[in-house]
Design a protein around this ligand. Structure first.
Ligand code: DHE
Length: 534
């Protein structure tokens, strides 16, 4: 800013630098109060940050900007992110707009504790619960479409979800969602109800059969994702703020309990993500600020401690047996470092995880509760988008990378990275289906973000690169129930869902949508189709 003022003064006619002591003195007088005045950090925050991170700094489409959520960004890292942006997120860099002093002031400002963080326990959450008075849980109407082939499209452009008939691609309904939906909606095992979560912690329940909202509740102030239990009875909401896991009853969205996320050494932690492990009858979550994985039983007689699980040592076994059995009983698995992103093999025996900044992935055997392998996975693997399939009689998994144009293919028997597929740029999402020989991989970042590669699951060759609208972001794929069609997102404000024939790879339909992001087919999700991530 001072640099800018000097250049303005230099342009004043008749004023030439070095034209005398009087001139210099008057410049110093002019500059002195400005140089001493600290930048107005709160004003800058309101101007540049509040739209995404919330006026109160408690998060919106972006995360909460308070010391609790910035804990792992020590030293000058926060200032660097404000200046350069954050790769693989929606955070742009402000280095061209703000000077170093302003950036430093903003960094200090967001690291300052809020005067008050609202209490967000059972009572506060329960008070936000709003059930739709117009909703009546009538029996299934006579369908004119296959309710198992319905696909939901999240339209982040105007915060809606479109409900598509997967056979005709007719829009059956379009309903408003809470602001900034993130992550995959979760379906009840019968495919009738779906739960949708927004970054600011709202969980919305929608009845797909009657096409009505059932209700909503704010389960967290800043949340990561949700998981539904194997029997469809409970929802787990992973929160950044407060540092808790909220458990809701899926039927009526009432709060069962709020579990504080505190590591064994007393460190409070955010939750990186939570997923259901149906074969284990449990939820599995990773702590973002502490080296622990938690497994939480979703069935009183099962979960971490039922007979099928073997512990690596007698001590481990005794500890497990001594732990309280029952619904929501918790097991801690201690690991070497916190995980940001993770994926499972089918059956949830192995967890493959990585930290954002790490060069390595780790493989944890969840049965024995310890690390069994390390994988070279530099370039920020996006394991949450991993998929797995059978290749040459062995199960492999693949993960895109958020910082490098490559996809790593891992043999899940030997735990070796067997192949690295070079792509046109870093990608976000992978998707396939058991009835197709291909998997589809987007290029989300860089000059080729308008491309999706179609890759042969056996040869690992790119068979075609689709680029329907040059320059427009093109990403995320979902299949119809039978795998015959692939739905892709033209991820723009005035975008579209483009439907391809999954065999000929020809476009068959284009449906206008407002910035469509993820798409979710009921059948593929409730059957854990081989080509989906979670
Ligand atoms: Fe996501 C899923 C984390 C940024 C769109 N993203 C997920 C999941 C996690 C995650 C843990 C799995 C949740 C689930 O389905 O239950 N996402 C993160 C991040 O840590 C990251 C990199 C930084 C952040 O801002 O949180 C991030 N994600 C983004 C985006 O910038 C995207 C592209 C746009 C947006 O809407 O925010 C984005 N994420 C998505 C989508 C899914 C998702 C569409 C669901 C994919 C699916 O097919 O299941």
């Amino acid at each position: 800013m001072i640099r800018h003022m000097i250049s303005q003064i230099e342009r004043i006619p008749g004023k030439v630098a070095g034209s005398g002591a009087g001139w210099l003195a008057s410049v110093l007088v002019l500059l002195a109060p400005v140089a001493l005045a600290a930048p107005d950090a709160s004003g800058l925050y309101g101007q540049y940050c509040a739209a995404c991170h919330g006026e109160s700094r408690l998060g919106g489409s972006g995360p909460a900007l308070i010391p609790q959520t910035l804990r792992r960004m020590r030293g000058p890292k926060v200032a660097a992110v404000i200046r350069d942006g954050r790769p693989a997120t929606q955070m742009p860099g402000y280095g061209d707009v703000l000077d170093a002093g302003e950036i430093a002031a903003l960094a200090d400002y967001v690291k300052t504790p809020l005067a008050e963080i609202p209490e967000w326990g059972v009572d506060e959450i329960a008070a936000t619960r709003r059930m739709n008075p117009d909703y009546t849980p009538i029996a299934a109407p006579g369908f004119t479409y296959d309710p198992m082939n319905v696909t939901l499209v999240v339209e982040t452009g105007d915060h809606h979800v479109s409900v598509l008939d997967g056979d005709t691609f007719r829009v059956l309904d379009r309903f408003p969602t809470p602001f900034a939906v993130h992550g995959g909606p979760k379906f009840t095992p019968d495919g009738r109800f779906v739960f949708i979560m927004s970054r600011d912690g709202w969980v919305q329940k929608y009845d797909i059969w009657t096409r009505r909202e059932v209700g909503r509740i704010r389960a967290g102030l800043n949340s990561r994702n949700i998981a539904i239990s194997h029997d469809g009875r409970y929802l787990a909401v992973a929160n950044y703020l407060p540092m808790t896991l909220t458990i809701l009853v899926a039927a009526d969205l009432s709060v069962v309990r709020v579990i504080p996320v505190v590591a064994r050494d007393g460190t409070e932690s955010r939750v990186s993500a939570v997923y259901q492990a149906p074969a284990r009858k449990s939820f599995i979550l990773a702590l973002k600020d502490a080296p622990e994985i938690w497994e939480i039983a979703t069935d009183p007689g099962a979960g971490p401690f039922h007979d099928g699980f073997v512990h690596s040592s007698e001590k481990g076994m005794k500890e497990a047996l001594a732990a309280q059995k029952g619904l929501f009983a918790r097991r801690r698995i201690l690991i070497d470092g916190p995980l940001d992103d993770f994926f499972f093999t089918p059956g949830h025996r192995f967890l493959i995880g990585a930290a954002r900044e790490s060069e390595e992935g780790v493989v944890i055997n969840l049965n024995v509760g310890r690390e069994v392998a390390r994988l070279p996975l530099a370039g920020m693997p996006h394991l949450g988008s991993g998929i797995s399939w059978m290749r040459d009689g062995r199960r492999v998994m693949a993960t895109p990378h958020l910082k490098e144009g490559k996809i790593s293919v891992i043999d899940t028997t030997t735990w070796q990275v067997t192949d690295v597929i070079e792509t046109a740029g870093p990608g976000f999402f992978l998707r396939s289906h058991e009835n197709t020989p291909y998997f589809w991989a987007d290029v989300f970042f860089g000059p080729n973000r308008d491309a999706i590669h179609v890759i042969d699951k056996q040869s690992l060759e790119i068979v075609k690169t689709l680029r329907p609208v040059p320059g427009a972001t093109f990403a995320h794929v979902e299949f119809t129930r039978d795998g015959r069609h692939a739905l892709t997102s033209l991820w723009e404000d005035e975008g579209a869902v483009i439907v391809y024939d999954a065999q000929t790879l020809e476009e068959v339909k284009r449906l206008p949508m407002r910035r469509p992001s993820g798409k979710y087919n009921v059948w593929n999700k409730i059957t854990f189709s081989e080509g989906t991530s979670h």
